[in-house]
Ligand binder design. Structure first.
Ligand SMILES: Cc1cc2nc3c(=O)[nH]c(=O)nc-3n(C[C@H](O)[C@H](O)[C@H](O)COP(=O)(O)OP(=O)(O)OC[C@H]3O[C@@H](n4cnc5c(N)ncnc54)[C@H](O)[C@@H]3O)c2cc1C
Length: 433
């Protein structure tokens, strides 16, 4: 069975590229993504009204802040990547109809917005009260035809719209369907061409899809019931104005994966798994709030545009940090943020730091320290800092403890490294948070 052929998600961010790096797939995925040049809010004539960020940041996590891509190509690489694992079997075209018949210690249900797992477990959805119908148009076009190079959010109360210059000739438009309009009207692509006129005066390129989607915001009331976990759209859905729906699902997977591994491979108690929802829910809810804010701006429902964000050197994106969970209680304000990922020279080769740290926890340390098999120690003296990022990551401390999903657990001076590692061990192996 082939991948679903039409593009849906077309934006991902640096944290997601870093997760793909951890999965050993970033070389292939780099071939099919293109860095995005950013996003601006414009009026109906295409004139800029404001942007959240009016500065260019150099990559902090080892990857550009944003990328565009065509989803079927990404799906293929991810699917083929599974072939590396003899213990993984893929059942394409199969449907889970009876939860009791699933023979597994844990089940992660990533079965989408209308998740039958969620329904069968009797888990309800909290509705955030955002509900709009939009027409999503995908067009393939060689050359740029003079189209904008930035993602545009068109704040036109008569026809709110989004334009995304995606990768390798893919262009995405989204148009709000106004009162009294039905999506059937747009089955005739001549009507779609009328909507595209402000961008494409000539009928160039091929429209590969014009479909209506309901943009809404809901969160499952609980993300776990016994051995069943919900992840991705099964747990939360948001309007796509900041391109974070799929990214949030991938973050769920990265968060839950290391915790399941800790339980199954390193004999951590199951209480650790409670931190999955604790950590991810508040992050997702903040992303939903940001998406809704962007949607309201585009639809002309806000009185004032927000001021651009401050240019903070350590901030890799507008997304929030994780606020509670498996973290040290230390005072460093980087705790709960994605760790910087510098380029270093290790064993004579230039590599990104995570590739030295491995797939579990790693302690980047100026002094040797013995940890259990759940954590790798990376000695600063064994590395050459190629871009100054190693010094910025340590920020005057002797050690930084980084989780498998690359969030900063905590930092320590040379006298408190043992305490830092012991605090992590207590949270992982001593009964959760
Ligand atoms: C127009 C639009 C643009 C978007 N753009 C972006 C973007 O740029 N960036 C971004 O991050 N997100 C974006 N999103 C959101 C993103 O598409 C979704 O969040 C993402 O696809 C959800 O992935 P998922 O794997 O959780 O669910 P899905 O993609 O819905 O996958 C669920 C899978 O489970 C299978 N399934 C369902 N029930 C069963 C069952 N009983 N047994 C077996 N299998 C089952 C389905 O067949 C399907 O394959 C966009 C969404 C829309 C609508």
């Amino acid at each position: 069975m082939d991948e679903y052929p039409l593009p849906r998600a077309c934006h991902l961010d640096a944290e997601i590229m870093r997760i793909f790096q951890g999965a050993g797939l970033s070389d292939q995925i780099q071939q099919l993504v293109e860095p995005s040049r950013g996003m601006e809010f414009v009026d109906s004539a295409g004139e800029r009204l404001f942007t959240y960020e009016d500065f260019e940041r150099s990559p902090i996590l080892g990857w550009f802040e944003d990328y565009v891509f065509q989803q079927p190509q990404l799906d293929r690489v991810l699917r083929e990547g599974l072939e590396r694992f003899p213990g993984v079997e893929l059942f394409l075209g199969s449907e889970v109809t009876d939860l009791d018949s699933v023979d597994a210690q844990f089940v992660v249900a990533c079965d989408g917005a209308s998740s039958s797992t969620r329904r069968n477990l009797g888990i309800g959805l909290a509705d955030w009260g955002f509900d709009q119908y939009w027409l999503v148009v995908d067009l393939m076009l060689d050359g740029d035809a003079g189209l904008p190079s930035l993602i545009q959010q068109v704040c036109d109360v008569g026809r709110p719209a989004t334009y995304v210059p995606s990768a390798h000739g893919h262009h995405r438009w989204e148009f709000q369907l106004m009162d009294g309009e039905s999506h059937e009207e747009y089955e005739d692509h001549r009507r779609v061409r009328e909507l595209l006129r402000p961008w494409l005066p000539e009928d160039v390129g091929e429209i590969v899809r014009a479909t209506a989607y309901r943009f809404h915001a809901v969160v499952a009331e609980s993300w776990r019931d016994g051995r069943f976990f919900l992840a991705g759209d099964a747990a939360h859905q948001m309007p796509p104005f900041i391109g974070q729906g799929m990214c949030s699902g991938i973050r769920d997977a990265a968060n839950l994966a290391w915790k399941l591994k800790s339980v199954l491979q390193y004999a951590a108690p199951e209480e650790l798994l409670e931190s999955y929802e604790m950590e991810r829910r508040s992050h997702v809810e903040r992303c939903i709030a940001m998406s809704i804010e962007a949607g309201r701006i585009v639809s002309g429902q806000v009185a004032e545009f927000p001021a651009p964000d401050a240019n903070e050197a350590e901030r890799w994106s507008r997304l929030p940090p994780l606020t509670e969970g498996v973290f040290s209680s230390g005072p460093d304000d980087r705790i709960g943020h994605q760790a910087r990922q510098p380029m270093v020279l290790a064993n004579g080769s230039p590599v990104l730091l995570d590739d030295v740290g491995g797939s579990d926890w790693y302690l980047l340390s100026r002094v040797p320290h013995q940890t259990g098999n759940w954590c790798e120690t990376v000695l600063v003296d064994d590395l050459v800092d190629l871009d100054g990022g190693l010094g910025l990551l340590l920020a005057g401390q002797a050690a930084v403890l980084i989780r498998p999903d690359r969030y900063v657990f905590g930092t320590a001076d040379e006298h408190s490294i043992g305490e830092l590692v012991a605090a992590a061990e207590r949270l992982i192996f001593g009964g959760g948070c």
